[in-house]
Design a protein around this ligand. Structure first.
Ligand code: FES
Length: 283
């Protein structure tokens, strides 16, 4: 078996996980629905997802506690215990941001995310037990539980890395898109009435063109969050709402009003020349 690729493929295809994952994802989706919660957990104001950054905290604290347990000696026991506790505390916001991101996944990605989350919850349980053992004076047991927690955490981390780097979950879906830097005609001006929108092509780039209150706006049509088609979304108050997970972008500049997107939508300049609407990338 081509381990671990084959193992990940099997998790991806393990449909019985859906019985647990789908209702839970639906519930998480409802909890994180309010805009402020969604933006906070998604890292909307940070400019990239919050979860990968937060994972450094428990991983760093717990792995260093194991280092101190192993080679630190008696003088490092207090520091090791402190790191175990800090890892437990930092795991809570890390898990909340992860659940938020996971609730937007589907199919194989959701199944891998479910096992990733399960492994991390198991690691948290082992570190909690480790802390209790340490406080109860059973240091040897506490060290062993911490070591087991680190092993489970690494397995969960592998799956998290697979989601990001192999499955492109929560990466910027406009990153590799070509956008013409020169003025490029995309549509006859007469073909776009007031309040209308069109998906057009600018040298192969998919562009959302909107005429709203006499102004022309153009954004990349592929949602930066997960690739949703913005031309199929709703248009409300000078914004477009993605049909997949309701990220909301201002038409003027692609800035984010509501997550889960954390990368602003690329915007184009627009003009009308010789009866044609032209766009060029804002860079
Ligand atoms: S694809 Fe997720 S909000 Fe657009």
């Amino acid at each position: 078996m081509d381990f671990p690729h084959e193992l990940v493929r099997r998790i991806e295809r393990f449909a019985p996980l859906d019985k647990v994952a789908d209702p839970l994802a639906g519930l998480v989706g409802k909890v994180v629905a309010p805009r402020r919660i969604r933006n906070l957990l998604s890292g909307t104001k940070l400019g990239h997802p919050a979860h990968p950054m937060l994972t450094d905290l428990p991983i760093g604290a717990w792995s260093m506690s194991t280092l101190l347990d192993t080679v630190g000696g008696v003088s490092a026991e207090r520091a090791a215990d402190l790191l175990v506790g800090a890892g437990i505390l930092s795991a809570i916001p890390t898990a909340m941001t992860g659940l938020n991101d996971w609730s937007d996944t589907i199919g194989g990605e959701r199944r891998i995310g479910t096992v990733h989350a399960g492994a991390n919850v198991a690691a948290l349980g082992l570190y909690l037990a480790s802390l209790i053992a340490r406080r109860g004076g059973r240091r040897g047991r506490g060290k062993l539980l911490g070591l087991a927690g680190l092993g489970v955490l690494m397995a969960g981390g592998y799956l998290g890395g697979h989601l990001s780097y192999a499955k492109a979950v929560n990466v910027n879906h406009t990153m590799f898109e070509y956008r013409p830097p020169e003025w490029t005609p995309v549509l006859a001006d007469a073909e776009l009435g007031e309040g209308e929108h069109r998906k057009v092509s600018a040298d192969g780039a998919s562009v959302l063109l909107v005429r709203d209150k006499g102004q022309l706006y153009a954004l990349a049509n592929t949602c930066s969050h997960a690739g949703g088609p913005l031309d199929e979304g709703e248009f409300v108050d000078g914004c477009v709402v993605c049909p997949w997970h309701a990220s909301t972008f201002r038409l003027t500049d692609g800035s984010i009003v509501r997550g889960p997107a954390s990368i602003p939508q690329p915007a184009y300049q627009t003009r009308v020349s010789d009866g044609k609407i032209e766009v060029r990338s804002l860079g």
